[in-house]
Design a protein around this ligand. Structure first.
Ligand SMILES: [Zn+2]
Ligand SMILES: [Zn+2]
Length: 529
């Protein structure tokens, strides 16, 4: 009797198996639509399995590529693309910034640790030729949330499966937990709602092209990750497993031609397609496979999708539905702008329900201008300069520094103390008194590509600052006081120049590692009225 009751209960809470989608007539597009998982952790950071485990799980889930995004500062050379078990393994990095986590794709090794302010990290990723994606922008945990609203990111995770289950009520989690043992993917999908990030993405996309991806954020189990305070039961037994995560959702990249089987060539094609937004997300645990043809034909947006019967295809402009269709869609786009489609299932999980398919954006009319690597660098002449100042060294006790004064420049030779991270720093400082200046003009040069702080400080020790890239070929900086940010707690607003007592150029662990050494040359320095 007890067994019957238990059996009936399980049957009642069990999420439905994924619907099979009829793809008759889609052969050509299907051959060049490649499903993959994006945002995966391995034992290299806080995941439970190595890349072979990840590839094997992805192969079992029917995926063709995985983008591994272990935590790091981008100084580790990424592994070359490699097919393992028929799955193309791509190696990217998830960087921690002061304003949240940022995934950098398709990028060579960074010459110094990337970190600090989000906009500085995005600027570095762009200089290196990478593609910057804001990770879990609406994480329920404030420490992980992406809070920068200005940094020119290239992409956003419109969905992060890890954030989805962390926000849920205990009863919903219990239900899914029970269902997990019978249908892992559908149980994970049952925890999803329509993410608030979709609206945020639409707002950003009105200003510049921005790509949306669905992130599995798979660790092969919770509890081991550095982001978790304690080890949980679920993590100990490896839930959610990689395979369950990979069966929940995928990003389907639409290539110009089917994959060649050559890892480097296919990696290039996949990254190029992602960069131009030729990719869409499907929740495979609800229905699979999804196929999509979305394009602009003259002034019409044309969309058709291989999708479950009874689903609805909706066209969006600026976050609003402009038309809905049960069949194919051809909409005369009277307004220019960024259009995208969603497919909604009649009974999708969530409140509001999660869309089953989310496309990227296509543009009617001219797309907004794309990202340009903004920085404080300038070569424009600045009037009202005053003479250079004398500089002196400030540093922690264990780090080393020598200052050499030449006829036309000052050269700092430094080495941060080796050993564990212990707030190592080396700085050159100069005093200012009762000056009314609005900016600091600096001509700098470094022996290797570097990122340094420019800081200002009051007599009482309050500081403001910002980091700037310094090139071996020389960099001209115009550091506006109004652009500097408070360092430390409870300070607001820009510094008052009259209250400042020193200016510092600082090398610390924000963008250098213990034992790092180098030379920084101040070619020119001036206050600007
Ligand atoms: Zn993260
Ligand atoms: Zn992550």
């Amino acid at each position: 009797m007890a067994l019957i009751v238990i059996g009936a209960t399980i049957w009642l809470v069990l999420p439905p198996a994924p619907q099979a989608v009829d793809t008759t007539g889609w052969n050509e597009i299907a051959a060049r639509t490649v499903p993959g998982a994006y945002h995966v952790h391995t034992t290299r950071s806080d995941g439970h399995g190595d890349r072979r485990d990840v590839a094997a799980a992805a192969a079992r889930a029917g995926l063709k590529f995985v983008i591994i995004t272990d935590h790091g500062d981008a100084t580790r050379p990424s592994d070359p693309p490699e097919y393992i078990d028929g799955v193309l393994c791509l190696d990217a990095v998830e960087i921690s910034t002061d304003q949240g986590h940022l995934v950098a794709l398709d990028m060579p090794r960074a010459p110094y640790p990337l970190g600090g302010a989000a906009d500085a990290v995005v600027e570095d990723v762009h200089r290196l030729g990478g593609f910057a994606i804001a990770a879990h922008p609406d994480s329920p945990r404030p420490a992980l949330r992406w809070t920068d609203t200005e940094a020119p990111i290239d992409g956003v995770e419109w969905l992060n499966a890890d954030s989805e289950w962390r926000k849920d009520s205990r009863s919903r989690l219990m239900r899914a937990g029970l269902g997990y043992f019978f249908r892992p993917g559908p149980a994970l999908a049952s925890l999803m709602d329509r993410p608030a990030t979709l609206a945020r993405w639409d707002a950003l996309a009105a200003r510049r092209p921005i790509v949306g991806l669905g992130a599995v954020d798979a660790h092969g189990g919770v509890g081991q990750r550095s982001e978790d305070a304690s080890r949980s039961f679920a993590g100990t037994i490896g839930i959610p497993a990689y395979e369950a995560s990979f069966r929940t959702l995928s990003n389907r990249v639409i290539l110009d031609a089917p994959p060649s089987g050559d890892a480097a060539r296919d990696a290039r094609a996949i990254y190029d397609a992602i960069r131009k937004g030729s990719v869409f997300t499907t929740i495979d645990a609800l229905a699979s496979p999804g196929l999509l043809d979305l394009h602009v034909d003259g002034n019409a947006v044309v969309a058709h999708a291989a999708r479950p019967r009874g689903s609805e295809l909706d066209l969006y402009l600026g976050g609003r539905t402009v038309s809905a269709s049960n069949g194919d869609l051809r909409e005369a786009a009277t307004r220019p702008g960024a259009y995208r489609v969603e497919v909604h299932l009649p009974r999708g999980p969530g409140d509001p329900p999660i869309p089953w398919l989310v496309s990227n954006l296509v543009y009617v009319g001219a797309p907004p201008p794309s990202n340009s690597g903004s920085s404080g660098a300038t070569s424009a002449p600045v009037p009202g300069s005053i003479a250079p100042f004398p500089w002196r060294i400030e540093k922690d006790a264990a780090s080393r520094a020598i200052l050499r004064t030449h006829e036309f420049s000052v050269e700092l030779e430094y080495q941060l103390a080796a050993g564990p991270r212990n707030s190592q720093f080396v700085a050159v400082a100069t005093d200012v008194r009762d000056e009314s200046f609005t900016a600091i003009r600096l001509g700098l040069q470094a022996d290797h590509p570097s990122r340094i702080w420019v800081q200002v400080r009051t007599q009482a020790g309050r500081r403001w600052g910002r980091t700037y890239y310094v090139d071996p070929a020389g960099t001209e900086l115009l550091v506006r006081l109004a652009d500097l940010r408070p360092i430390g707690e409870s300070q607001v607003g820009a510094p008052d120049p009259k209250s400042l007592s020193s200016i510092l150029l600082v090398i610390d662990l924000t963008n250098a590692a213990p034992a790092n050494s180098g030379r920084l040359t101040i070619v020119s320095s001036a206050l600007v009225k």
